[in-house]
Write a protein that binds this ligand. Sequence first.
Ligand SMILES: Nc1ncnc2c1ncn2[C@@H]1O[C@H](COP(=O)(O)OP(=O)(O)OP(=O)(O)O)[C@@H](O)[C@H]1O
Length: 331
Amino acid sequence: MLKTIIVEHLKKSYRVREGFRKTKFIEAIKDVSFNVSKGEIHALLGPNGAGKTTTIKILSTLLLPDSGLVSIKGFDVVKEAEKVRRIIGLAIDVSKGFYSSLSGFENLVFYGLLKGLSLSDSRRRAREVLELVGLEELKASDSPYFTYSLGMRARLAIAKALLNDPEVLLLDEPTLGLDVESSRHVREMLVKLARDGRTILVTGHNMHEIEIVSDTVTIINKGEVVASGTPSELKSRVGLVFKLKVQTTLDSEPLFKKIVADSLDVKRVASKVNSNGRVEVNAIISSNREDIVEVLFKASKEHGVKILDLQLIEPSLEDAYLAILGVLDEY
Ligand SMILES: Nc1ncnc2c1ncn2[C@@H]1O[C@H](COP(=O)(O)OP(=O)(O)OP(=O)(O)O)[C@@H](O)[C@H]1O
């Protein structure tokens, strides 16, 4: 089946002026390839300057690539840019691009007209998308844009991207700077839009958020793909590694550490005495969950180790991301 978004061996350099006569090239994208299937939410992750926005700009026909093949629903973003523009919705710099004294509704009608809709269609569609992103519900659509909170601005940017009822949404950091509730609202909106069959490419830095919403992920660093897959595939890359935190007593600590060291694959262990007099043992263990649970159970039931509290933490997407980029020293 043809993938909705195809990016193959994408390359892009920026030419920048250096001094009066000299120019230099910044290789923003050296080699980026990934695919996104219909109805999927795909996250593009990477540190600042990795090339995420540049990729979104090429996909949305705002920038031309130097080389590589990029297509959306089979349309080449260079040769068939007009057709691509008709089927995509773009939200980039989500708190920019609106007239501050116009209301959300008036801004959207203006953009609807720019997209070639008639005045009556623009007005109808503006109301529909305002409803879709929950701005009607907040009774904000007729207030001037300058009164909007960041969360409302992000919603309006997504509403604008939805004006032409696009099959593909390209969203660059849609939750940047949003509070917990607004971010959750945007996340829920993305899931709903994908469930309706839209394909979504999103960038962001909040790993927790990305882990919740995305079906697949591509991690890029310095313009190159360093990993891709589902969040669980990426997490399995860091191996079967758990963080175990146990609170025990001073008396039980030596025996507990011995049992754990003898029975499990312990990578690292450290302990400290807490202010409440309990000993907190922190271990990185590369054994499977069932074995860890069995050893803890036996230590408590058969050897009388006092386990006062415990946490067994699996690696998160953030752990995987940091490990893949080689900046995680915890694992
Ligand atoms: N218009 C431009 N002119 C020159 N260099 C640019 C331009 N836009 C981006 N770059 C450079 O290209 C590289 C990739 O930038 P890009 O904005 O695509 O990264 P990003 O992954 O989106 O970063 P961030 O997470 O900070 O938004 C960076 O080194 C950046 O400085």
